[in-house]
Design a protein around this ligand. Structure first.
Ligand code: HEC
Ligand code: HEC
Ligand code: HEC
Ligand code: HEC
Length: 451
């Protein structure tokens, strides 16, 4: 289990970035997929969060080994506790790094600051704390699955639908999952707000792709026939696509709601490497997709560009609107009124694509078309900068995995894998983005797909 070793290595060495793992994940996870029916969203009512201790007894989710007889693994607690970084999210707030961030922000301490707890713990209001609730559980079971007060007694005998009605979050639904993960991994405009001031104090840059992050979160569940019977089909292509759209929607909402600092937009919405790079790096080139002139302030458009690439397959007319509104939005990025109007238009465009996808999930053929669009975009726009290349790499890997059954034959598989590894090599280090290596990887992938 090479993969497992890499996971463990990763979680003992906090500085390792997820990208290094992806090529390996890719090798091991060639899955065949089918379509997902979008389901009703759960309207989880507010119910008490009971705490990890109440999920973790040995006959419930705290077994040391998976239960053969059960339809869920029952060792979820062990996986989460031993391998999942979410279990240590609160402990992170006690680290030297966090102390330094808190000091620079003038906070009494990171572990008591709402601004940190919002994402590093299950920070629900005190009246929703059950008896065994502990903030120090970090990003706990109920932070993702919803407060258990009303489903804890019944959920082992109830149907999945009944569980959803009593407060279990529908985390298998791509939209519901995306909204959940993105609220912390991109941040929102209310209780999970991240700013350039927090980054300036030393917080790591956030980057996210739903399907990639879903696969590198140590799995405490198994997608097998029984799972699909209970929860419906599992479609990684759809998870990737919905993830891009929801991320774009969240970013467009954030940029409207965040306060500006005087003349300036909130810099957390910009491409970090657009500013933080040596002046001697003079490699600007025209980009037909964004139409930005040299020296422009760069919005972090990575999710928008991915959304455009997938929209071309879902609805060419909507895609054209997304492109023209994106260009207008990026080029008006310093004028507050126009920015707000354009952000609203784009938000509507993206929501329409998402509704279309929820009605008719992506097929394998559409996946192939999207893959080709992503590769040509990467090849022609590799000079767009690091954030775009990084997002493209995760996207290409995710889409390849989702449609692997219909791509490269076995002769070409080695070229494909080398291509994927090379592509990730190019974006391994944000401070040393190697566009040439990224492009070389893309060309290898392209070659492997020609039969
Ligand atoms: C309540 C906030 C919150 C939610 C919700 C959340 N995460 Fe996280 N996630 C975090 C924090 C905080 C960390 C960093 C933990 C640490 O190292 O202290 C993290 C870390 C991770 C990592 C490890 C990243 C790395 O660099 O090693 C992955 C993978 C991940 N999350 C995936 C997901 C997925 C998938 C979802 C949705 C199903 C999700 N997260 C939902 C807050 C959250
Ligand atoms: C919008 C949600 C959000 C907020 C607000 C937030 N964090 Fe984080 N933080 C994250 C996520 C997500 C990660 C993991 C990033 C990754 O690896 O992709 C993280 C990672 C970190 C890390 C690095 C952990 C590691 O394992 O290397 C530190 C330290 C940290 N946060 C401290 C803080 C402190 C201190 C605050 C309050 C000032 C704070 N965070 C506020 C979401 C947030
Ligand atoms: C970062 C978010 C996150 C955290 C934290 C988390 N889970 Fe999950 N869990 C998921 C996702 C995503 C899935 C897969 C989608 C689904 O089936 O709902 C899942 C699936 C499950 C399943 C369903 C398995 C099946 O076959 O239907 C169980 C049971 C479960 N989790 C229990 C737990 C327990 C217990 C904990 C705490 C020890 C926990 N989870 C912590 C996100 C999370
Ligand atoms: C529009 C340009 C711009 C963008 C975009 C930008 N920053 Fe900054 N950043 C600055 C400036 C200006 C400073 C302050 C430099 C100083 O005080 O010397 C700064 C400071 C920082 C610092 C502190 C450096 C120090 O000297 O301690 C960090 C870390 C940082 N930014 C991270 C980020 C991250 C992460 C992003 C992306 C989310 C980002 N920045 C986006 C302009 C930018």
């Amino acid at each position: 289990m090479y993969c497992l070793k890499r996971f463990l290595l990763k979680f003992t060495k906090a500085s390792t970035r997820p990208l290094e793992l992806l090529a390996v994940t890719m090798l091991l996870m060639f899955l065949t997929t089918s379509a997902v029916n979008s389901q009703e969203r759960s309207n989880a009512q507010s119910s008490k969060h009971l705490g990890v201790a109440s999920c973790a007894t040995s006959t419930c989710h705290g077994s040391t080994v998976p239960f053969a007889e059960s339809n869920v693994l029952q060792n979820e607690f062990r996986t989460w506790n031993e391998q999942d970084p979410h279990a240590r999210a609160y402990q992170t707030l006690l680290s030297r790094e966090s102390k330094s961030i808190a000091r620079k922000l003038g906070l009494a301490s990171a572990e008591t600051a709402e601004v940190c707890l919002g994402c590093h713990a299950d920070n629900v209001p005190t009246e929703e704390h059950g008896e065994e609730f502990e903030l120090s559980d970090g990003v706990s079971c109920e932070a993702c699955h919803g407060g258990a007060e009303n489903y804890v007694q019944s959920h082992t005998n109830a149907t999945h639908k009944e569980n959803l009605d009593t407060g279990l979050r529908e985390t298998e639904n791509p939209t519901v999952r995306a909204e959940l993960c993105v609220s912390c991994h991109i941040g929102n405009d209310s209780d999970r707000k991240i700013t350039h001031t927090i980054m300036g104090a030393g917080h790591p840059r956030l980057s996210f792709e739903l399907n990639t992050f879903s696969s590198i979160q140590p799995a405490h569940y198994q997608v097998d026939d029984d799972y699909i019977n209970r929860k419906g089909p599992h479609n990684e292509l759809q998870i990737w696509a919905i993830g891009q759209l929801v991320a774009s929607e969240q970013l467009l909402t954030n940029i409207k709601e965040f306060p500006r600092s005087g003349l300036f937009p909130e810099l957390v919405h910009m491409d970090c490497l657009g500013c933080h790079q040596p002046m001697s790096k003079v490699d600007w080139a025209p980009n037909p997709l964004t139409n930005l002139s040299a020296g422009s302030l760069r919005y972090n458009d990575a999710h928008l560009i991915m959304s455009y690439q997938l929209a071309k397959t879902v609805s060419p007319s909507l895609a054209n609107e997304i492109l023209s509104n994106t260009q207008a939005f990026l080029n008006n990025g310093v004028s507050p009124n126009d920015t707000d109007k354009l952000a609203s238009k784009l938000l509507q465009n993206i929501q329409l694509v998402r509704s279309a996808l929820e009605r008719a999930p992506l097929s394998q053929d559409q996946g192939t078309a999207i893959l080709n669009a992503l590769i040509s975009n990467g090849l022609s726009a590799s000079h767009q900068g690091y954030a775009s290349a990084e997002q493209s790499a995760m996207a290409i890997n995710s889409v390849l995995r989702a449609i692997s059954s219909s791509t490269a034959n076995s002769d070409n598989k080695q070229t494909l894998l080398t291509g994927v590894e090379t592509m990730f090599e190019g974006v391994k280090d944000p401070e040393r983005y190697r566009a040439d290596v990224f492009v070389l990887g893309l060309r290898k992938i392209q070659t492997s797909l020609v039969r």
